[in-house]
Design a protein around this ligand. Structure first.
Ligand code: IPE
Ligand code: IPE
Ligand code: MG
Length: 224
């Protein structure tokens, strides 16, 4: 059995789904949130300890203001309504990315993290305003400032994912095969699955198929 501690997901395809079904990209983001809920459940069922979700990249600020506002409103409403329930389910929420949103959302994110800090069942890392290059630059700057030796161990220590094991699986939905500045360091030995389906269409069964495929892979890590 391959160990399975951590699944990371690039949740792509909301906009296309929304345009196709409801003539609005934002409708796709709303539908995508339902998939998030389903996938959290499946992750817990499979006893996976870490789930990292790419929700907003440092590059996504280039989108129309209306779409950006819609996305953050969606998140704000979701957390306001669901954080107590997530807490009851023993889920820990961690934000990776600098919190530079509205003061209301920043506060809500901090509160949600604080509330769920000691939870143990599943850790959800929500990548928000996350970019791997920014993360690496900031880590190198800290190393330099503290005069710490450059080593794999020390670089890892200064990443936003410092206490989190590297992902075993990366899934990208939406029929696109690129990393879009996501976890470039952490994915060095991750098994990558590109999924044709758009994120709102992705379901428990698709997730299960990937987990099965993953178990059949021989992970060499350089060995023979
Ligand atoms: C991914 O879906 C979600 C976010 C970036 C927030 P997209 O919005 O990129 O959907 P497509 O790729 O345009 O269909
Ligand atoms: C990656 O999707 C970011 C998220 C899923 C949050 P994008 O749709 O922004 O990626 P590109 O720009 O097409 O590479
Ligand atoms: Mg996209």
């Amino acid at each position: 059995m391959n160990r399975l501690n951590h699944v990371a997901i690039i949740m792509d395809g909301n906009g296309r789904w929304g345009l196709k079904h409801k003539k609005s990209r934002n409708a796709g983001h709303k539908a995508g949130l339902k998939t998030v809920e389903k996938i959290i459940k499946t992750t817990i069922k499979n006893k996976i300890k870490y789930l990292t979700l790419y929700a907003f990249s440092t590059e996504n600020w280039k989108r129309p203001k209306k779409e950006i506002n819609f996305l953050f409103n969606l998140l704000e409403n979701f957390l306001t309504e669901r954080i107590d329930d997530l807490h009851k389910q023993n889920i820990k929420l961690k934000i990776i990315g600098e919190k530079i949103f509205s003061s209301k959302l920043n506060k809500l994110l901090r509160l949600s993290e604080k509330k769920t800090l000691n939870n143990k069942k599943l850790q959800i890392n929500l990548a928000l305003n996350y970019g791997s290059k920014t993360e690496l630059i900031s880590a190198f700057k800290k190393l330099q400032k503290n005069k710490v030796k450059i080593s794999e161990y020390n670089i890892k220590k200064y990443l936003l994912t410092n206490k989190i094991p590297d992902p075993d699986i990366l899934i990208r939905t939406g029929n696109t095969q690129r990393l879009s500045n996501f976890l470039l360091w952490q994915l060095a030995y991750t098994e990558i699955f590109f999924e044709k389906k758009l994120w709102p269409d992705f379901n428990e069964k698709d997730f299960g198929k990937i987990l099965n495929k993953y178990q059949k892979i021989r992970r060499n890590f350089g060995r023979v």
